[in-house]
Design a protein around this ligand. Structure first.
Ligand code: KIV
Ligand code: NA
Length: 270
């Protein structure tokens, strides 16, 4: 199978027939990408790697260099899924020219096909600037983690009429600006449904609705790597337990000199 393209994703819901939802997961490493690739339409190198990989308190300290290193690894590890790389906080909001410099560098140095940025109406001019200059943009509205200091936390968005109207306007603005898809994160379900019904571009939900055109989760969250996860995460595995119990067994065997055995040691030839 050849790699999925941006036009294919954009056209996902334009044929009229009911389509299977698009499948997206985050990936940060080559091996992870290899394992996820066959099952996903899109792999997102999310700036969530700040918390997940680097133990940072939020996505705000994530740098373009980090995104490029992990983005290149994910492109190397995949051949089917469309790879999208997040633009980190501070690397694109200053001006549309700054956004172009960052996005073109990310694309050139990783080989990814598209970038993602957070924001709606405020980013419309930037999205139009990038997408008319060869850079496909996925937008991200609702709960936008880079704006945590403005939003005051990671709670669901859209509970007030004002927030509801703002998020709908953001979705419309990014579509009009030329975004090829939009992530709707942590929004009350009626907003997700209404965005999905009214927008022509695919709406990828996370903490949104089963009616969205696609779904995304942070892979480590759904694999059960963390004790505390948002309510919208479903844990499909308990990898934290698998890893710590393997480490416990290894430590016990090392301390008892039960590892290595003759199976794992080299002897001279006689
Ligand atoms: O950084 C990320 O992982 C994301 C997804 C949760 C959409 O932006
Ligand atoms: Na992100």
């Amino acid at each position: 199978r050849k790699r999925l393209t941006v036009p294919k994703i954009r056209a996902h819901k334009q044929s009229g027939e009911t389509k299977e939802p698009l499948v997206m997961l985050t990936a940060y490493t080559a091996r992870q990408a290899q394992l996820l690739d066959a099952h996903c339409d899109m792999l997102l190198v999310g700036d969530s790697l700040g918390q997940v990989i680097y133990g940072l308190p939020s996505t705000l300290p994530v740098t373009t260099e980090m995104m490029i290193a992990h983005g290149a690894a994910v492109v190397r590890g995949s051949y089917h899924a469309l790879v999208i790389v997040d633009m980190p906080f501070g690397s694109y909001e200053g001006s549309k020219e700054q956004a172009f410099d960052t996005a073109s560098r990310i694309m050139a140095e990783t080989g990814c096909a598209a970038v993602k940025l957070e924001g709606g109406e405020a980013m419309a001019e930037t999205i139009a600037f990038l997408s008319s200059r060869g850079i496909p943009v996925m937008a991200h509205v609702g709960l936008t983690p880079q704006a945590v200091n403005v939003l005051g936390g990671y709670g669901a968005r859209g509970r007030s009429q004002h927030e509801h109207d703002k998020i709908i306007a953001d979705g419309q603005a990014v579509e009009q600006a030329g975004a090829f898809a939009v992530v709707a994160e942590g929004v009350v379900e009626p907003i997700a449904v209404s965005l999905t019904r009214t927008l022509e571009i695919p709406v990828i939900g996370i903490g949104a609705s089963a009616q969205c055109d696609g779904q995304v989760l942070v892979t480590e969250d759904m694999l059960g790597m963390f004790e505390r996860v948002p309510r919208f995460v479903k844990r499909y595995e308990n990898l934290a337990e698998v890893i710590s119990s393997a480490a416990e067994t290894y430590a016990t065997e090392v301390r008892a000199r039960n590892f290595p055995t003759s199976d794992q040691t080299y002897q001279p030839k006689d």
